[in-house]
Design a protein around this ligand. Structure first.
Ligand code: ADP
Length: 485
C-alpha cells in the first residue's frame, strides 16, 4: 500500500516536553507511523527549555521571521528542525519567543489561547512554505483543535491542501481550552461567529475542542470505553451532544506502550533487569526503591505505589479516608510520586509524616524514579474518577506490578479482574467511585498477595499482556486510509 504524508501536531512530544501521557502517545504515533513506511512530520512549539536543551536544532531556510497577526498583535515565527531521536522523522519546532519563552509549557496567562492559535496557524503556514501537502493533519487535544476549521475556511482555496484531511484525537475531554469571546479577533477568521457554537457565544466563550470535534474529518479518543463514556454521560463534560451530532462515531483506539522504554528486561533507567522467567531483579529494585524513599519496610511486605498528576481526575479524594484507615489496619508500604494540586500534595505529605517509614511522598516530576517505582512496587493504584486511557496500568502489567484500577475508560479496557479460582485475570478492578470501594479493592489485593501461589499466577498473567504499539497503530492506519480513499 502506498505511503501517506502525515503531519502530527502536539503541544508535547517525548523526549522534548512532557507533562503527561500525551507526550508518550504523540511520539509513539510518530515512530510507529514511520515504521509503517509513512512520511511523517511532527510539529510542536519551541518552548524555551527545549531550545536550551537541544543545541542540535537547525533553522529551516525559507521559514524564518514569518509575520503572523493574531488580532491586533503582530508576531513573527521561525521554524527549527531536527531528526526525531533515533529516526529519520523530521521534527519541526515553531519558534516564537514572545509566546513560548515562559517558565512552563502551559500557563494561565491571558495570552494562553494565542500561544496555541499561533502554533496551529504556523504549522499550516510552514507546510505551505515547505511545499508539504499532508494527506492527514493529525491534531491532538484542544491546543491544535482549530486546525480542522482553518482547513475548511482560511485555507480552503489552498491548492496544496486540496486533498488534506484532519483527524482530532481527544486525549482528555476535561481540557477544552475555553477562551473568552473577546478573543474572537485572534482567530483571524472573518465572520468567525458563523462557525462557532451559538450557545457558547451567548455564554461569552469560545470552545476550541468543541470546534475541533465539529469540523475534524474524524474524531478519535484513546480507548473504546472512554469513547462510549464521553458520548453517553457526564464524562462527556458538556461535549456529549456535539459528539453525538457527528454522523460518524468517535473512534476509540487504545493507546499502546513503547516497550523499548517500558520493559523490565531492558529498561534503561534500571540497574537490575528482570522478566517473567526470572523475577529476582524485581526484588533488587524493591530494595533500591525502599532505600531511595527511606522507607522502613521488610522486603517481604507488599508495597503499593502511585505515579500520577495530582489532579481531581485521578481519584485522590477517595483516598483521604480510605488510605489512613487501611494503613492502620494492614501491614503494607505506600508511596506516591506526583506533582500538581497543592491540596493533594499536602494530604500525601501529612500521610507520610503520620505513617513515617511506611508511607512516602515525592513531589515533582522524576522520570527515572517513575521507572524504579514500576519495577520495585508490588501493587499500582489508579482509583481514577475518569481515565481516557491511562498508561501506568499498562506499564505496571509488564513489570509484574499488579494494577488496582477503577472500572472506567482505558483502565476498564486494559485490566481484567483476577479470579483466584480460575487463575485468570491481571489485576483488581472496582466499580464505584467511593471510599468503601477503594478499601475493598486494596483489601482484596493485599489478601491475594498473602497467598504466594496466587500472587505468582497473577504476576505472570500481568506480564504476559501485550499492549504494544505494533498492534494499535494499525487502527490509525486504517482510519487514515478510510479518509483518503
Ligand atoms: P495523564 O496523561 O492523565 O497524566 P497517563 O497515565 O496517560 O495519565 O500518563 C501519565 C504519564 O506521565 C506516565 O508516563 C507517567 O509515568 C507519567 N508521570 C505522571 N506523573 C509523573 C511524575 N510525577 N513523575 C514522572 N512521571 C510521571
Amino acid at each position: 500500500m502506498s505511503a501517506l504524508k502525515l503531519c502530527v501536531l502536539s503541544s508535547e512530544f517525548l523526549p522534548y516536553a512532557k507533562t503527561g501521557g500525551l507526550a508518550d502517545v504523540a511520539s509513539a504515533l510518530l515512530r510507529n507511523l514511520r515504521l509503517l513506511g509513512h512520511e511523517v512530520h511532527g510539529f510542536m512549539p519551541l518552548y524555551s527549555v527545549v531550545r536550551a536543551a537541544r543545541p542540535e536544532l537547525q533553522p529551516v531556510l525559507g521559514v524564518q521571521q514569518i509575520p503572523l497577526a493574531l488580532g491586533d498583535t503582530e508576531y513573527r515565527f521561525s521554524l527549527q528542525t531536527a531528526s526525531f531521536p533515533g529516526t529519520d522523522i523530521a521534527m519541526y519546532f515553531v519558534d516564537c519567543p514572545a509566546l513560548y519563552d515562559r517558565a512552563d509549557f502551559y500557563t494561565t496567562e491571558p495570552d494562553e489561547h494565542r500561544r496555541f492559535l499561533l502554533f496551529t496557524r504556523a504549522v499550516l503556514e510552514s507546510c505551505k512554505r515547505l511545499g508539504f501537502a499532508p494527506d492527514i493533519f493529525h491534531c491532538n487535544d484542544w491546543h491544535t483543535a482549530f486546525l480542522p476549521l482553518y482547513l475548511k475556511t482560511l485555507y480552503s482555496s489552498e491548492a496544496l491542501f486540496a486533498k488534506s484531511h484532519s483527524v482530532l484525537t481527544v486525549h482528555n475531554i476535561g481540557y477544552q481550552g475555553v477562551m473568552q469571546v473577546a478573543a474572537v479577533a485572534d482567530l483571524g477568521l472573518a465572520g468567525a461567529e458563523v462557525w462557532l457554537d451559538a450557545d457558547d457565544l451567548a455564554a461569552g466563550v469560545i470552545n476550541p475542542l468543541k470546534t475541533g470535534i465539529k469540523f475534524a474529518d474524524a474524531v478519535t479518543t484513546v480507548s473504546p470505553t472512554y469513547a462510549r463514556e464521553i458520548c453517553d454521560g457526564p464524562l462527556g463534560m458538556g461535549m456529549q451532544a456535539t459528539l453525538r451530532a457527528r454522523t460518524d462515531k468517535v473512534v476509540g483506539i487504545l493507546n499502546g506502550v513503547d516497550y523499548r522504554d517500558w520493559d523490565p528486561r531492558c529498561d534503561p533507567h534500571l540497574t537490575a533487569h528482570f522478566g517473567p522467567q526470572d523475577l529476582r531483579g524485581k526484588q533488587t529494585n524493591k530494595e533500591q526503591l525502599i532505600a531511595a524513599l527511606h522507607l522502613d519496610l521488610a522486603v517481604s511486605r507488599p508495597l503499593v505505589a502511585m505515579v500520577t498528576r495530582l489532579a481531581e481526575q485521578k481519584g485522590i479524594d477517595l483516598l483521604f479516608d480510605a488510605l489512613p484507615a487501611m494503613l492502620q489496619e494492614r501491614d503494607f508500604g505506600f508511596l506516591v510520586l506526583g506533582s500538581g494540586d497543592a491540596r493533594y500534595a499536602a494530604f500525601f505529605d501529612a500521610l507520610a509524616h503520620r505513617f513515617a517509614g511506611r508511607a512516602a511522598f515525592r513531589g515533582g516530576y522524576d522520570e527515572s524514579l517513575a521507572h524504579l517505582i514500576e519495577a520495585g512496587s508490588d501493587i499500582f493504584l489508579m482509583p481514577s474518577r475518569y481515565e481516557p486511557c491511562g498508561l501506568n496500568q499498562m506499564y505496571s502489567l509488564r513489570y509484574g506490578t499488579v494494577p488496582v484500577v477503577r472500572n472506567t475508560g482505558g483502565l476498564a479496557d486494559s485490566v481484567r479482574h483476577f479470579d483466584p479460582q480460575s487463575g485468570l485475570g491481571t489485576g483488581c478492578v472496582f466499580n464505584d467511585y467511593d471510599a468503601p470501594a477503594v478499601r475493598w479493592a486494596l483489601g482484596t489485593v493485599l489478601d491475594w498477595y498473602e497467598d504466594a501461589k496466587n500472587w505468582q499466577q497473577l504476576m505472570h498473567n500481568a506480564m504476559a499482556q501485550d499492549f504494544s504499539w505494533a498492534r494499535q497503530i494499525a487502527e490509525y492506519d486504517a482510519l487514515y486510509r478510510g479518509l483518503v480513499a
